[in-house]
Design a protein around this ligand. Structure first.
Ligand code: NAP
Length: 481
């Protein structure tokens, strides 16, 4: 029987879901997107220096590898261009409905009833929420933030009408974002002041450009490109993915590399001390850069570690009483990584609200589904193995798993499918137990941790994730007849 689908979100995961539906001959779906265009995080983030610190060859759909990336780690605009090209090539254009935020999704009379912000409605059999993780900007709760008289914006809402050349620029935040912005602007601004609350471990990672010969070689040889994809994927699995979930040898290697990077590249002992973290490497998301330390040693760069007291009309006053006068203030203060699916109101079977199910914590069954929410699936949902890894590969494994459940309904084996409460509880209890062995709870604060201090990540090996995503265990699901 023909079924209708709604995909929510036109970023990497939503587009992936659409392509996979089309590959099964399913055309009756709409991709709802609240913004005016596709691309998700790559549409929203346009700050100077933006690039992906996952290698280009592995940061692409496995079925649509690209041989002519300009460098090992692609700039954001190039990735956005890749997704635009994929959307056109796979015929997604007619399925997008932009400027259409889903306000509410309610499961009633065996179907999902969607209300769009603009007042229109839709009724579908399946919802695939591909609403992203690092999406809602987190604005810092700093006294006087509104008093600043110059331009002030979040890194994910970059104001390109503001020219930085020759200006005094303040940057709050030393995450992956802040540490990419500094090297990108230091040579053109009069002064860059980086306000650091917590030092970061930085893994040195060069970003060489691919030569024309290399690009031609990868374009001409899908096998070589596939080998490069497999190589980088396996490297992450063998090293980083192991280190964070308990392999002390791998973790030590990463920490040693970070420490050596700091010692070899920051000779000034006072600056080095300020840049030395007091927690284990990879406890926060690891920063990859070989340009940050050199940038911080340029004469017009300054690292402020006294803490921000308040923000005033003319600049930032640090806790030591100093006023740092600024022309522009950039908030590289990250995202709310726990707002999964929100603010959409989702009402499942028997009027059960997702907001209530998640009142204490975002708990899903294997990241993709929630008990009492039949035929509702998530891509890159809670506890997906995100971190320093290709989220595209994760999303691909999840959609293949989800579509096996969808098939049960489409093939008439059941009317609806949702994980059962006992299986979900078992899974989440095991997650909590396994978290105790991860580096994320070894003594730092990060966006990984939810309000209860629990990491929203996958605490086991990537191989286990891959194995668990191969085939749903139907014992764990309620199949409604
Ligand atoms: P982030 O890692 O969450 O960093 C936010 C920064 O803002 C931290 O240094 C934090 O300090 C600081 N901060 C927040 N509130 C503050 C306050 N009130 N006062 C002073 N400092 C404050 O955010 P992000 O750098 O945007 O990165 C988020 C994630 O996006 C990354 O971890 C990564 O997953 C992804 N990302 C990836 C790339 C890439 O692939 N290259 C690039 C950018 C982002 P504390 O550390 O003290 O909390």
């Amino acid at each position: 029987m023909r079924k209708r689908f709604a995909i929510i979100g036109a970023g990497m995961s939503g587009m992936l879901a659409a392509i996979k539906l089309k590959q099964r001959g399913i055309e009756d779906f709409t991709i709802y997107e609240k913004a005016a265009g596709l691309g998700g995080t790559w549409r929203d983030n346009t700050y100077p220096g933006l690039s992906c610190d996952v290698p280009s060859h592995v940061y692409a759909y496995s079925f649509e590898l690209k041989g002519d990336w300009t460098c090992r780690f692609s700039p954001g605009a190039e990735i956005q261009g890749y997704f635009e090209g994929v959307a056109a090539k796979y015929g997604l254009t007619k399925h997008f409905r932009f400027n259409s935020e889903i306000a509410r999704a309610e499961y009633r009379d065996r179907r999902w009833h969607l209300s769009v912000q603009d007042g229109t409605t839709d009724t579908v059999d399946f919802v695939i929420a591909a609403t992203g993780v690092l999406h809602h900007p987190a604005y810092p709760d700093i006294a006087g933030l509104k008093d600043f008289e110059g331009p002030c914006f979040h890194s994910a809402r970059w104001d390109h009408s503001v020219a930085l050349e020759g200006k005094r620029v303040g940057i709050v935040g030393t995450g992956s974002t802040g540490l990419q912005i500094v090297p990108a602007i230091v040579d053109s601004v009069a002064k860059v002041k980086l306000f650091q609350r917590t030092a970061q471990w930085v893994l040195p990672l060069a970003n060489p450009a691919y030569s024309e010969d290399e690009k031609a070689m990868y374009l001409g040889s899908p096998e070589r490109l596939r080998q490069s994809y497999d190589f980088w994927a396996q490297r992450f699995v063998d090293t980083f993915a192991r280190a964070v979930v308990g392999d002390q040898n791998e973790l030590q290697k990463i920490e040693d590399a970070c420490r050596a990077n700091l010692e070899e590249n920051v000779p000034d002992l006072k600056l080095r001390r300020k840049l030395t973290p007091n927690y284990r490497a990879a406890c926060k998301r690891l920063i990859m850069s070989d340009t940050f330390y050199p940038a911080m040693q340029k004469p017009n760069a300054e690292l402020l570690t006294d803490g921000i007291g308040r923000i005033e009309a003319a600049g930032v006053r640090t806790k030591d009483g100093m006023l740092h006068e600024l022309d522009v203030l950039v908030l590289a203060t990250g995202f709310d990584g726990h707002a999964f699916v929100r603010p959409m109101e989702v009402v499942g079977e028997g009027g059960r609200r997702l907001a209530d199910a998640w009142a204490v914590a975002n708990e899903a069954y294997r990241s993709v589904a929630v008990p009492s929410f039949p035929n509702f699936f998530m891509l890159v949902g809670p506890n997906s193995p995100i971190g320093n890894f290709s989220v595209i590969m994760i999303s691909e494994l999840q959609i293949d798993y989800i579509l096996q459940l969808v098939d049960l309904v489409c093939d008439g084996k059941c009317r609806a499918v949702a994980p059962n409460a006992a299986a979900s509880a078992r899974f989440n209890a095991a997650l909590r137990e396994a978290m105790k062995g991860t580096v994320w709870v070894s003594g730092c604060k990060s966006w990984y941790l939810d309000r209860n201090g629990n990491p929203a990540l996958w605490p086991w090996s990537f191989d286990r994730f891959r194995a668990e995503m191969q085939k749903p265990d139907l014992e764990d699901f309620d199949l409604a007849a």
